[in-house]
Design a protein around this ligand. Structure first.
Ligand SMILES: Nc1ncnc2c1ncn2[C@@H]1O[C@H](COP(=O)(O)OP(=O)(O)OP(=O)(O)O)[C@@H](O)[C@H]1O
Length: 486
């Protein structure tokens, strides 16, 4: 344990003296300084009566006394409320804006996640007259453009100069939630889409977004939001496609709160994850300004407080029977079962649906499916029409579904980060949750080592009565299940 802790000492000096979020407490809305009363009502309508510790800590650094002076790197456990931690101060600050233009951009790695985050903004932003847009490729690009860009009303019969019309194009949204691919489509080709006025850039699920280049979205956004001073010495044309020539995205330069030669308003960056990278090379890509690190406790990886971890030890060939027995014992509780690949997700889901003993609805949720199928499945799962989702890792990071009581690792996670993001689908927002991991006895030692990298490595054995397994054997043998066994 000690060794794991030692290894996690960050290389970057500013990461070594973080703000410890665990020293903060929930704060009732009535006691939150400077909260706009309209936002208080919007939060209450969402069923929120107090802010969680990470939200209070970020509020201090953004609204007061911090005033968004530094870029924020936020490492906080799954389900701790990171979305609202950035959405609330951004919306509160932008509520003073006089003219509508695109001022906040939130980037997320997947469409489902972007939809989820957009819903959080949409629940509070209209209360202060702000509009939120989505760029994820859910609808056609033309439909998306019409949602994002306001065209001037032209009178029929009058001949307009196209240049004038272009000048008149305005953003229809103040805040945009986007996936990198669609964001790049708009940057490259949407007339009137500009990052010229951008004040806030949020990179959520940062480690995942930095892992893949996604058409160089990050350097492009940073380049387009840089001040003229910063650009003077760099030749943007060597890096940006020619289409950028026409974009008016180079920002004015001014002096802001003592940070000489930074553009005004400075682009504030907020980057977040439950497993934030500490790799200097990766973080350098974000070009952070005077960053402040907010993290929870002393260990690098932290599991949700009310998560209970259990292991089930069984022979590999009996794994499906143990899973069926476990699901049976969980009854109708919502559960997500993780496998190691999209192929085994499909096979396992088919196999489970052959067991008549399981009187619950089980569906597959994987990157191999079309978006429309996935969205339908997720909706049914949220509504409780499906009790079990069988899933591979890629699609579930950040997913927030109320009432997921259990997570099952059918295949052992290879990394602690994977364990954290899988287990983090339960025990969210201070709720109780359980994570079960199926292991062969040879895997136990390595799994123990893996869990030691998190703050809570307690993982007792969850035993399934052998009589239950025996009772399932005939069904398993009689069907052609062996071919399906993942
Ligand atoms: N102050 C609050 N009071 C009550 N519930 C809250 C509060 N803030 C957030 N929540 C709820 O907590 C849940 C988790 O929030 P959120 O999705 O932002 O977590 P997260 O930290 O981003 O997790 P992950 O790392 O898995 O993405 C959501 O269902 C959200 O509605």
């Amino acid at each position: 344990m000690e060794e794991a802790k030692k290894k996690s000492v960050p290389v970057l000096p500013w990461m070594r003296s973080p703000v410890d979020v665990s020293l903060f407490e929930d704060c009732p809305l009535d006691h939150l300084p400077c909260l706009d009363p309209r936002l208080k009502v919007a939060l209450q309508n969402m069923g929120i009566s107090s802010l969680f510790p990470v939200q209070v800590a970020v509020w201090q650094e953004t609204i007061g006394p911090g005033l968004f002076e530094r870029d924020l790197c936020i490492n906080s456990p799954t389900g701790s409320g990171k979305t609202l931690s950035y959405a609330l101060p951004i919306v509160q600050t932008l509520s003073n804006r006089a003219v509508r233009c695109l001022r906040a951009l939130v980037v997320l790695p997947t469409r489902d996640l972007a939809l989820q985050v957009k819903d959080v903004f949409a629940a509070i932003a209209p209360a202060v007259g702000l509009s939120v847009g989505l760029a994820v490729g859910q609808s056609s690009i033309a439909d998306e453009i019409s949602e994002l860009i306001k065209r001037p009303k032209l009178e029929a019969g009058i001949c307009y100069d196209p240049e004038d019309v272009l000048q008149e194009l305005q953003s229809a949204v103040d805040i945009l939630v986007a996936t990198p691919g669609r964001l790049m489509d708009h940057i490259n080709a949407t007339r009137g889409f500009t990052l010229e006025h951008l004040c806030y850039l949020v990179v959520d699920e940062t480690d995942r977004l930095l892992r893949e280049a996604y058409q160089a979205w990050l350097p492009t956004v940073l380049q387009l939001t840089r001040s003229d001073n910063e650009n003077r010495f760099s030749d943007a044309s060597t890096f940006l496609p020619s289409a950028f020539g026409s974009l008016k995205t180079i920002r004015r330069c001014g002096v802001e709160r003592g940070f000489k030669d930074k553009p005004y308003p400075r682009l504030v960056k907020m980057v977040l994850s439950a497993t934030l990278t500490q790799d200097p090379n990766k973080l350098a890509q974000l070009d952070l300004h005077h960053p402040l690190f907010l993290t929870t406790g002393e260990t690098r990886y932290k599991l949700p407080e009310r998560l209970e971890s259990y292991k089930l030890i069984c022979e590999s060939k009996l794994k499906p029977l143990y899973l069926v027995a476990l699901l049976q014992s969980l009854g109708e509780e919502k559960c997500i079962v993780f496998t190691s690949s999209v192929e085994s997700t499909h096979r396992l889901c088919t196999l489970l649906n052959h067991f008549g003993e399981l009187r619950i609805k089980i569906k597959e949720y994987s990157g191999l499916q079309r978006q429309s199928v996935r969205s339908k499945t997720l909706k049914a799962f949220r509504e409780g029409k499906i009790q079990v989702l069988v899933s591979s890792d890629a699609m579930t990071r950040g997913m927030d579904v109320e009432g997921v009581n259990n997570v099952v690792n059918y295949d052992k996670p290879a990394y602690i980060k994977t364990y954290i993001h899988r287990a983090g689908r339960t025990a969210r927002a201070g709720q109780l949750g359980r994570c079960f991991t199926l292991l062969h006895k040879d895997e136990v030692k390595r799994f123990k080592k893996l869990l030691q990298k998190a703050d809570n490595d307690s993982c007792p054995i969850h035993s399934i009565p052998s009589s239950l397994i025996e009772s399932l054997r005939p069904v398993y043998k009689s069907g052609n299940f062996l071919a399906l066994t993942p």
